[in-house]
Design a protein around this ligand. Sequence first.
Ligand SMILES: Nc1ncnc2c1ncn2[C@@H]1O[C@H](COP(=O)(O)OP(=O)(O)OP(=O)(O)O)[C@@H](O)[C@H]1O
Length: 432
Amino acid sequence: MPTDPTNKASTAAPSAQVQSLVSFLEHEAQPMIVLDPDYNILAANSAYRRQFGGTGKPFIGQKCYRVSHHYDLPCDQAGEHCPMKKAQELRGPDRVLHIHHTPRGPEHVDVELRPIFDEHGAITAYVERLSTVRSASAQPSGDGLVGRSPAFNQALAALQRVAPSMLPVLLLGESGTGKELFARAVHASSARAGGPLVVVDCSGLSETLFESELFGHEKGAFTGAAVRKPGLVDTAQDGTIFLDEIGDVPLAMQVKLLRLIETGTYRRVGGVETLHANFRLVAATHKPLAEMVARGEFRQDLYYRINAFPIRLPPLRERAGDIALLANSFLARPSAMRTVSIDAEALAQLQRRAWPGNIRELRNVLERASLFADDGVIRVAHLPPAPAQPGPAAQAGTSLPAHFDGTRSELAAHLGISERTLYRRLKRQGLA
Ligand SMILES: Nc1ncnc2c1ncn2[C@@H]1O[C@H](COP(=O)(O)OP(=O)(O)OP(=O)(O)O)[C@@H](O)[C@H]1O
């Protein structure tokens, strides 16, 4: 196999078995390396050399944990999951999501390791296949999901597993934790990425409105139905439907939703024809659905259907390690009118806050602070005063001010919550 001379280092000559493996892997489209059982990289195929080999540093003969992580110890001794350890124990393949150093900076990489056995059943080598994860960024990025903390990586690893399947996904997380962004990433990482993604906000929709929005209606189905209207299920053919705040679907509608999911069929309002749906379901809620089932507020059968693959999205306070990365991402957004940075003291203060409004609140605080940063640097003085740490009850539902002079969207921005969430809360308090 032709190897880059700069990447050669002294290592034992690979066995004939490993040599034939290497030539077999050379023209695989995905980056692959061959490792000995002592973590040494024996060979890399051309796709690996192209994608990961451009640092100018040698990697053949080097330890995999040095090259990919700049660690001096194997991953498991550095507090991470080591797929080689696991593959050795299982005597089979293991897969893990890691952040690797690459010529482009840190990147999320999906790593799969397979052991290679000799005729006596001993492991002689491992083949590692690497796929760069495109649905999230481990360095500041102008758009999409960013994050690299263990709590974020866990949710991302789950997303990577489920996205290519047709399984329904349930995203569970507080307001502003990125449920919609995750739903978009599930769609974009699936085989349906070329199809539509239809977002349905289930909160604030009455039963009849929900039904006609979802299933559409025939001409004359009800007063005002002057023409036949296709429903969101029609629009989502060959794509994904994202049911946001599924916990708000009225009980009577839950039966129809269940039938749609179970049989893949539905009828327009006022129609007799049975239509066939073809969509992948992603649902989200900030509500404790299991408790709602116990209280009879949510149908158990529907819950089991949608809960096939739950992913918990961590609140920002559980991923404070991502605050600098998120802040630098928001400050680098193309919407920013000029380049603004944040000083270390202001950043440290942001890292100590509780963030009941999660990432949305962080984004709003930074946008506001940018307007005060006349010399292009956000300092502590530009941040809104840190609110007293709220108790758990207050955290569950940011309390609304008694009086506010401004529009609904200004009030939402002021509270660091979405307009949708504000509407829900106003409704709950009988104000909407
Ligand atoms: N991991 C992330 N990286 C970058 N931006 C993020 C991330 N997660 C969320 N955001 C941003 O935070 C804001 C809130 O995200 P999103 O609307 O997806 O949250 P949500 O959980 O659906 O909120 P709600 O329940 O209130 O509708 C958006 O501006 C989104 O772009």
